[in-house]
Design a protein around this ligand. Structure first.
Ligand code: C2E
Ligand code: MG
Ligand code: MG
Length: 767
């Protein structure tokens, strides 16, 4: 129902509410009038009139009753119509007495009629107050005939009375209209009031819900900063019972940083505090977001404030974690490259302003990759964490240890000195401290480590150097340190730039060589000492590079090792050597017995998880017999993880493959482990053979090796035999085989075939 409809319905309601009593009242007035008129007028006419009044009054009375019991019986319009229609009928009836009984009567009767009619019309005002039209109809029909009759008397007095009565009628109509507008206003006000009441109760309800159930803490406090009300969430946040919070004087809290935010509301402004908050009731510091707003009374005076508290600890912690992660190494929890960069930049600025020299130490753990490959990443990770801890322990508080990734650590030493020499000495001293600290045994999961590291040192040199330059210089110096033998430190020097460039070029060149046919396998004959017969060959890699003429196998093999290219290169060598050996073995079956093809397997290659698979595949493809294959391994291979190496070696031996110890004597391990490993051959390094003719110590050493080998049932190959004298010594000592320029250097496949075909014997025949 719209507003208008409600209003009109209310008007009808009011009219009908008064109708019952007004009908009764009207009828009673009619009786009074009849009583007054009875002695003077025609009693039959009067009787009929009373009869009419009675009927219409009764009808209206019943109509009012019916409305009250069932207002929905008719539409509002119909009820209204009924009201008006019966009013008109009633008025017609009431217009009879003035017309019929007023003229020719004595003054008493006339006065009674006038008084009664004016009184009745005044009374009717309240009955019809809701219908200004009804008032108009009523007054015109009720008083109109009387006024006309008065004027018709045509005497001064009657005319004056007519005028008075007319004015009176007009006055009543005016009052009626006023009633109506009052009604309208009243209705509007009422309507507004109802709406506001509704709104208020809704907002009160909402407030109640928000206050109690909001996911944020609420509290009200007065102008003296005393807490007056809190919600449950606030109690939960602060872990303080409600009765302790209510009445709490906020001046007395421990962390007073929030006070300004609380007090600003007293100046009629909103307040804000965002930050750490310390509370005795909580075990740890929290971060809160506190917003305060003034609370005013009806006059707008500030009575205190409302505080909304958000616990943003988790958000802050997550944010801090992200910030930390960006600058710290996840594994070791020390600064990472980004943070290091920032700090070096900072030092560069200080150098530019105050000439204070700083140093950057670049560390790379020696053999770390082997540890990772052989013992697994878990142990590798633990070792890195341990190293980070050791480094942090030995540096000064203003120094910074950062991890760049892998096994690379960088130490920034700020504030060394204004003097270059002094700064260099201090940096060297730190390097020494690092060696000492890392050399001490580190135990991880039952494994023992004595870490050596190569350290590159770079001192800030000129004001033009950037953080990147200095870090790069330290890196280059570290490479140099590695090259000069592990476990040493080197200061950066200008020429290192070109050295490192060459290294990078070589690495790229080597990468390409795999595809452009620059790689070849050469073969060095393995000769039986006693018969002088070629019984096999060692496959040796050759890189016939168009770009780098002077690169030695040692150099490119070590680059291949470091860049992991050795896996692919190793597979290439195996495949090629096996294929060619199978052909030769068949081809020269009548001339000589080719017993074996030896291949060199480096540590990285051996430790690669796929190594045995790759080897098997190469054997399968070439159709070579396992017994014809010999794998040469260097001693140091077993140093890092003896058990794992041993297991893999047995796996190879069980396939039927032979194993030899290459470069024997250059390593630092004892012979004791030889017993435990399935080697069948021992290769004495060229270094010991070189001087056997002159040096009795070397002579003795070779003799000893040959004796031990015999005891362990190992065949011995002497490497690097170049002279007849060396050969003769080996023959005397009953050495089994030799390799060396005395027979031949490593040959390409064609030359090797030619050598087999010509097959000359090296032992002095007949002796
Ligand atoms: P190695 O396994 O000890 O190989 C023997 C080295 O001694 C070869 O050097 C060979 O040319 C050289 N040699 C042989 N007889 C004589 C001699 O009478 N006098 C002198 N002065 N040298 C002689 P090369 O070919 O330069 O190889 C050097 C090292 O590179 C090898 O030492 C081996 O450890 C490694 N290497 C070579 N080819 C491969 C390969 O295919 N894979 C792996 N992993 N390493 C390889
Ligand atoms: Mg070898
Ligand atoms: Mg060797």
């Amino acid at each position: 129902m719209d507003e208008k409809e409600v209003f009109y319905t209310q008007l009808v309601d009011i009219a009908y509410k008064q109708l019952k009593s007004s009908s009764l009242f009207t009828f009673m007035n009619a009786i009074v009038l009849a009583f007054i008129l009875y002695p003077y007028v025609n009693s039959i006419q009067l009787g009929i009139w009373i009869e009419f009044v009675f009927t219409i009054s009764l009808y209206r009375y019943l109509m009012a009753k019916s409305y009250q019991t069932n207002p929905m019986r008719y539409s509002r319009q119909k009820w209204r119509k009924k009201f008006f229609n019966t009013l008109i009928i009633s008025n017609i009836i009431w217009s009879i007495p003035p017309v019929l009984f007023f003229p020719n009567q004595n003054y008493m009767v006339q006065a009674a009629i006038i008084i009664l009619y004016t009184a009745l019309s005044a009374g009717a005002m309240s009955s019809f107050s809701s219908f200004p039209r009804a008032i108009r109809i009523y007054l015109i029909m009720f008083l109109g005939p009387l006024i006309i009759v008065l004027f018709l008397q045509n005497t001064q007095l009657y005319t004056a009375m007519g005028i008075l009565l007319s004015l009176y009628t007009g006055l009543l109509i005016g009052i009626g209209n006023k009633f109506y507008t009052n009604y309208q206003e009243f209705f509007k006000m009422n309507q507004l009031y109802e709406e506001e009441k509704e709104k208020f109760s809704v907002s009160e309800e909402r407030f109640e819900v928000i206050f109690k159930g909001a996911p944020v803490g609420f509290f009200f406090y007065d102008e003296h900063l005393i807490i007056r009300e809190v919600n449950q969430k606030l109690i939960d946040f602060f872990k303080i019972p409600r009765d302790k919070l209510i009445g709490l004087d906020l001046h007395n809290i421990l962390d007073r940083r929030i006070l300004p935010a609380l007090q600003t509301v007293l100046e009629n402004r909103n307040g804000l505090y965002d930050g750490k908050f310390i509370l005795n009731s909580l075990k740890k510091d929290i971060y809160i977001n506190l917003q305060t707003s003034p609370m005013r009374n009806a006059e707008g005076k500030v009575m205190g404030g409302i505080g909304i508290v958000n616990n943003v600890t988790e958000k802050m912690e997550a944010q801090q974690k992200i910030e930390r992660q960006a600058k710290y190494d996840i594994l070791t929890d020390i600064p990472n490259r980004l943070m290091l960069h920032e700090q070096i930049k900072h030092e560069v600025l200080r150098y530019q302003r105050h000439n204070i020299i700083f140093a950057v130490l670049f560390l790379d753990l020696d053999h770390f990759k082997h540890i990772n490959d052989s013992l697994g990443h878990d142990i590798g990770d633990k070792l890195l964490i341990k190293v980070a801890q050791v480094l942090e322990r030995i540096i000064r508080t203003q120094d910074i240890v950062a991890r760049l990734g892998g096994d690379e650590f960088v130490i920034l030493l700020p504030d060394l000195s204004l003097d270059r020499k002094m700064a260099a000495r201090k940096a060297e001293l730190v390097a020494k401290k690092i060696y000492d600290a890392l050399e001490a045994t580190i135990m991880i999961d039952g494994h023992q480590f004595n870490i050596s590291t190569s350290i590159g040192i770079s001192l800030v040199n000129s004001v033009d150097e950037t953080a990147e330059d200095i870090l790069k210089h330290a890196d280059l110096a570290m490479y140099q340190a590695k090259k000069d033998g592990r476990g040493v430190s080197r200061f950066y020097e200008k020429q290192m730039d070109s050295w490192i460039k060459r290294r990078l070029d070589l690495e790229n060149g080597l990468k390409n060589s795999l595809h452009n046919g620059e790689l070849q396998v050469y073969y060095q004959p393995i000769v039986e000492v006693i018969s002088g017969k070629v019984i096999g060959a060692e496959a040796l890699l050759r890189w016939n590079s168009k770009e780098f003429a002077d690169v030695s196998p040692e150099e490119y093999i070590s680059i291949a090792e470091e860049s992991m290219l050795i896996i692919q290169i190793g597979n290439f060598v195996m495949q090629k050597a096996f294929e060619e050996f199978v052909v030769w073995k068949k081809q020269f079956a009548n001339e000589t017995t080719l017993e074996k093809i030896a291949i060199n397997v480096s540590i990285r290659q051996f430790n690669c998880a796929d190594f045995i698979e790759n080897l098997k595949e190469a054997m399968k493809k070439s159709n070579i017999k396992p017994e014809d294959v010999e794998v040469e391994l260097v001693e140091s291979l077993v140093i890092n993880d003896f058990e794992q190496a041993k297991e893999k070696m047995y796996e190879l031996r069980n396939l039927g493959i032979r194993l030899s110890i290459d470069d024997f004597g250059t390593g630092y391990s004892s012979l004791s482990y030889l017993k435990q490993l399935p080697f069948s051959t021992l290769k004495i390094d060229r270094e010991f053979i070189k001087d056997i003719e002159e040096d009795p110590e070397d002579k003795e050493l070779v003799e000893t090796i040959l004796n031990i080998a015999k005891r362990f049932d190992l065949k011995v190959v002497a490497e690097g035999v170049e002279t007849h004298g060396q050969y003769m010594f080996l023959l005397e000592q009953r050495c089994d085989f030799f390799q060396g320029f005395y027979c031949s250097k490593a040959l390409d496949a064609d030359s090797f075939v030619k050598l087999l075909r010509e097959q000359h014997t090296y032992c002095p025949l007949g002796i």
